[in-house]
Design a binder for this molecule. Structure first.
Ligand code: 0PR
Length: 385
């Protein structure tokens, strides 16, 4: 730090130069991100609540009310009238909370000390962080030929130490929805905590259903589902860091509550202490501003783009790995390594992501990628072909 203050003008000039090194969503070149530019209104509201701290909700009763209302509104989308939960720091904190609730619940009510969690091979790496922090053993269930969790593999792996089963609604790499109904039944029958990671799909499946897309049940309408991760900062157009975690019962928050004696509330269940109220307020505002209609339109448009892109790829001769269920397309050149194809696209200015299972180029069709961007991308892919 300098001894003398520097003028705002000079600092901003420097910051603008530095920021120009960042990629911008609006360039339409970021192909592998589940985040996108937040809606301008959400950003405006975010700034108004920048100082509010949900870690001490007694001081911020208004913001706490907003968080509760947001959880309730998301609950309505996920078929539960009285959900418990929080707006947290992204899907990672949400998944860690879910695993912590499951572990503590099993420890308290079943006496399990060395817990195991069964997750699909396709699960997001946040579960690895959760397992590492909580000393849980990860049991990876196999995927079936369609890259979804294999229900038999889950059944075979259930043991006396299983504290949770996890399924995904919108896998990170392919955007697929696991057979959640079957797993819910298995978890329910075996009295095992069942968590659904709908970080990506939770903010689109309910809206796609309303406009005629078919998805099997994946939410709290299934009696086995204990918690759901759903991130407003992915498909919800809310700013980072707006993750969401919803629990069916209050006792899941209670089993992981720690005393916070000198605060305005006596216990805390989130991982993070001082935490953003701005994310809750921005999510509240954007959900009201867009309404069901706005989100239906958004999700529908992104699926139209997905189909447009998929068909364009097939016309050129690329192999699409799997029929998209949500707005992600993964594809390969028939005789070029995915990493070589990724390098060629990077050379042309595209920011590409390569999936590992199966190895393929993966494009997440978020709101910042327009039809025109897709046409340009298909033109480049034609050149490369
Ligand atoms: N669950 C699922 C299914 C996810 O896909 C992700 C993240 C998470 C949980 C964790 O969420 P947070 O990253 O909010 O903690 N999925 C993306 C990924 O890892 C996140 C991402 C977003 C990565 C933008 C890159 C990027 O540019 O691929």
């Amino acid at each position: 730090m300098e001894d003398k203050p520097i003028s705002k003008k000079d600092i901003l000039k420097e910051l603008n130069e530095i920021q120009s090194k960042d990629h911008k969503y609006s360039d339409g070149r970021i192909l592998g991100s589940m985040c996108t530019e937040a809606h301008p209104f959400a950003k405006e509201v975010y700034c108004k609540f920048l100082d509010s701290n949900l870690g001490d909700p007694g001081l911020f009763k208004g913001t706490k009310y907003i968080e509760n209302e947001v959880i309730k509104s998301i609950g309505e989308l996920l078929s539960i009238s009285e959900p418990y939960g929080n707006i947290v720091t992204g899907g990672t904190e949400a998944n860690i909370m879910a695993m912590r609730a499951a572990r503590n619940h099993a420890r308290k009510y079943k006496g399990i000390k060395e817990g195991e969690i069964i997750i699909p091979d396709s699960a997001h790496f946040s579960f690895k962080k959760a397992a590492d922090m909580m000393n849980l053993k990860i049991i990876e269930a196999k995927l079936d030929e369609n890259y979804k969790i294999d229900v038999d593999s889950v059944k075979e792996n259930i043991s006396d130490n299983t504290v949770a089963i996890v399924a995904i609604a919108g896998t990170t790499e392919l955007g697929l929805v696991d057979p959640i109904e079957e797993l819910s039944e298995i978890a329910y029958e075996n009295n095992i905590y069942f968590h659904v990671d709908a970080a990506f799909g939770g903010f689109s499946i309910p809206f796609l259903r309303k406009i005629g897309y078919e998805f099997p049940p994946f939410d709290f309408s299934l009696p086995g589902v204990c918690s759901i991760t759903v991130d407003p900062h992915k498909m919800g157009l809310a700013p980072i860091p707006a993750g969401g975690i919803l629990f069916r019962k209050k006792e899941y928050l209670e089993v992981m509550a720690v005393d916070s004696p000198y605060l305005t509330v006596k216990t805390q269940s989130t991982i993070v202490g001082t935490r953003s109220g701005a994310a809750s307020a921005a999510t509240y505002a954007i959900m009201k501003y867009l309404g069901n209609e706005g989100y239906e339109k958004l999700a529908g448009n992104l699926m139209d783009n997905t189909h447009y892109f998929k068909e364009g790829l097939e016309k050129i001769g690329y192999d699409v790995v799997v029929e998209p269920e949500l707005n992600i397309v993964a594809f390969n050149h028939p005789d070029m390594e995915a990493h070589d194809l990724a390098d060629k696209l990077e050379d042309l200015g595209w920011r590409v992501s390569v999936a590992k299972c199966p190895i393929a180029i993966r494009v997440v069709l978020m709101n910042h990628i327009t039809k025109q961007h897709l046409t340009d991308l298909l033109d480049d892919l034609t050149e490369i072909y």
